[in-house]
Design a protein around this ligand. Structure first.
Ligand code: TPP
Ligand code: MG
Length: 348
């Protein structure tokens, strides 16, 4: 993956045009049978978990907001494959996939969605506010763009402590227009902080398409004026994400400062559960699903190479469904937090 030139505006525009058109990718990582199976299982877990969360929401078990990650699974799964113990992850409110990819339990996430005691924030945070110190997951943030400054702070802490951990700050195409993103870019570049900025460009911010909201739609180049390199990545292909992640992690660990990865991805569901999705056609969604689905791509490769039969993959699906069903049962039967919990975990 060669760095894209950042010198000329016209070359940037040309590059953006080509890669946006068809997800024409950069490097593709070589995946062994084990890699493919692992990616398949992890992406499927997120997909099935989100489908179940959607159902529970519809049944009235989940209050407040709930933003599903369906369609974007390859991004977190591919990135996570490049990390080592101690690397940190932070994101916005579309966060269930990130938590599962970090190894947080399906039970803990689902029970938080239903506001139960066994939830990762003891049932007091809900969908947008979950954390795990143990898994180095720092939320779960409802304020668009806030996680970018916080993720930069995590990188600062790593630098200050002299370890070689990196932090991953995920944010959306809409969040990329927030002012604090650029204040963070400036500091990260100035102090060469080990942070990977991952723009999950799913083409919409609520109901507003990227082209309606952004003057410069090639988000990989948003750090150009700070000298931060950036790449566009096929965020629907877990191998492309892994390849980009490997290079980005190496860049940060070796002290070269921040880097931006723009993931070209797509969300199949509405912005949140109450989105009628009138801003795009059903055909657009269907086309993405049938031509670019991240899970179907892995499945097709596994079958084509003879690495797994349809039956073996059905068995994986069953195991994943069992984990999700167990989490849903737990999330409905676990008690709500005690009223006294209203007075704990708060700063006065
Ligand atoms: C500071 C702030 N402004 C506005 C909102 C309302 N809001 C919530 S999500 C959202 C869109 C963000 O879209 P994007 O960054 O593309 O992320 P996506 O939902 O596509 O994952 C907006 C404007 C908010 N939560 N915080
Ligand atoms: Mg978006």
């Amino acid at each position: 993956m060669a760095p894209r030139k950042t010198a000329s505006v016209s070359s940037r525009k040309a590059a953006a045009k080509t890669s946006k058109k068809d997800f024409a990718g950069g490097t593709i990582a070589e995946f062994s049978k084990e890699d493919e199976l692992k990616a398949y299982r992890e992406m499927l877990l997120i997909r099935r978990f989100e489908e179940k969360a959607g159902q529970l929401y519809g049944m009235g078990f989940i209050g407040g907001f709930c933003h599903l990650y369906i369609g974007q699974e390859a991004v977190v799964v591919g990135m996570q494959l490049a990390l080592k113990e101690g690397d940190q992850v932070i994101t916005g409110y579309r966060d269930h996939g990130h938590m599962l990819a970090c190894g947080m339990s399906a039970r803990g996430v689902m029970a938080e969605l239903t506001g139960r005691r066994g939830g990762l924030s003891k049932g007091k945070g809900g969908s947008m506010h979950m954390f795990s110190k143990e898994k180095h997951f720092y939320g779960g943030h409802g304020i668009v763009g806030a996680q970018v400054s916080l993720g930069t702070g995590l990188a600062f802490a790593n630098r200050y402590r002299g370890n070689d951990n990196v932090s991953l700050a995920y944010f959306g195409d809409g969040a990329a227009n927030q002012g604090q993103v650029y204040e963070s870019f400036n500091m990260a570049a100035l102090w060469k902080l080990p942070v990977i900025y991952i723009v999950e460009n799913n083409r919409y911010a609520m109901g507003t398409s990227v082209s309606r909201a952004s003057a410069q739609t090639d988000f990989s180049q948003r750090g150009a004026s700070f000298g931060i390199p950036g790449y566009q990545v096929d965020g629907m292909d877990v191998r492309a994400v892994k390849a980009a992640a490997d290079e980005a992690v190496e860049h940060c660990r070796s002290g070269k400062g921040p880097i931006i990865l723009e993931m070209l991805t797509y969300r199949y569901r509405g912005h949140s559960m109450s989105d009628p999705a009138k801003y795009r056609s059903k055909d657009e969604v269907q086309k993405m699903r049938s031509e670019h689905d991240p899970i179907e791509q892995v499945k097709a490769r596994l079958v084509e190479k003879g690495w797994a039969s349809e039956d073996e993959l059905k068995q994986v699906d069953k195991e994943v469904r069992d984990i999700v069903a167990d989490s849903a049962d737990f999330a409905q039967s676990d008690p709500e937090p005690d009223v006294a919990e209203l007075y704990t975990d708060i700063l006065l």
